[in-house]
Design a protein around this ligand. Structure first.
Ligand SMILES: [Zn+2]
Length: 277
């Protein structure tokens, strides 16, 4: 397994950095700088998984958060990735190595997780004022975890989480996936949508809450991203944890998703100069 040694330290953080939140009896999330990693499993049990792996350099903090929930030396059954952007896989080599855990992802992400391909550079857009920082989220070079990488099952079941299904939600990357539990309509959306305003996405002090699309300049296929948002809104989730921003639930989530659906078709492709909300 090789980690990408070329990623610089992360010069950004949020007021949520380092906070671990309880969303339901068996779902927790920990904010690492500006990205969330999610723990699914009942506290104290040995049956849990980690979804996504944060920014590089945070393995210890994530392991401490895990021990806080599941007990000393507890190890997950697996690490499951929503996608391979560096803010979601930054510690996967260290964590999988320490925990001896397999890593699951959609096969369309495999080239980026086996060091064969890199994601495209961010597109210069009206969001471009933040481009210098945003570009840090795109790895200069892919990681290579071929030795421990496994495909998500083709029947959409989620390894070790029998109540959950995975949903292909491409857009930000080709193999981006979200996770859904029908019984309580719980959604883990990765970056299919986020809950911070684009304008405050990378601002540490003020992450304004809003159901939003991921920054267009980090979205490989904007049309697919819109379809994926529609797919997730159609599930009518009760709760959602996303890659960036706080968890949302109930009416706020429904209203936010409906509003995003209404507006998202008017939002232009990256690079055409139109402003976005
Ligand atoms: Zn992200």
């Amino acid at each position: 397994m090789k980690r990408d040694e070329h990623n610089p330290p992360i010069p950004m953080s949020s007021i949520l950095n380092g906070i671990c939140r309880v969303v339901s009896l068996d779902v927790f999330y920990f904010t690492d700088h500006i990205v969330n990693v999610i723990f699914v499993g009942v506290p104290g049990s040995e049956h849990w998984v980690l979804i996504d792996a944060g920014f590089p350099g945070s393995a210890e903090r994530i392991m401490e958060a895990a021990e806080g929930i599941y007990g000393r030396n507890s190890k997950p059954k697996a690490i499951i990735l929503t996608h391979g952007h560096v803010d979601h896989v930054g510690n996967v080599v260290d964590l999988a190595g320490s925990w001896k855990a397999p890593v699951y992802a959609h096969t369309l992400e495999f080239p980026f997780l086996r060091g064969e391909e890199t994601y495209p550079d961010p597109v210069l857009t009206t969001e471009g004022g933040l481009l210098a920082k945003l570009s840090l989220i795109i790895p200069k070079r892919s990681i290579d975890i071929s030795g421990i990488l496994q495909p998500l099952p083709s029947d959409h079941t989620v390894p070790f989480l029998p109540e959950w299904e995975w949903i292909h939600t491409p857009g930000s990357t080709p193999g981006h996936v979200s996770f859904f539990r029908k019984s309580d309509r719980f959604l883990i959306a990765g970056d299919a949508f986020i809950t911070v305003r684009t304008s405050s996405f990378l601002k540490g002090s003020n992450q304004k809450e809003q159901v939003n699309h991921a920054p267009r300049c980090l979205t490989a296929d904007w049309n697919l991203a819109k379809v994926s948002i529609g797919k997730l809104a159609g599930l009518q989730p009760n709760y959602a944890i996303v890659g960036h921003g706080v968890d949302m639930w109930g009416k706020d989530l429904t209203k936010g998703l409906n509003c995003l659906i209404k507006n998202v078709n008017d939002i232009s492709r990256p690079g055409d100069g139109k402003n976005i909300k």
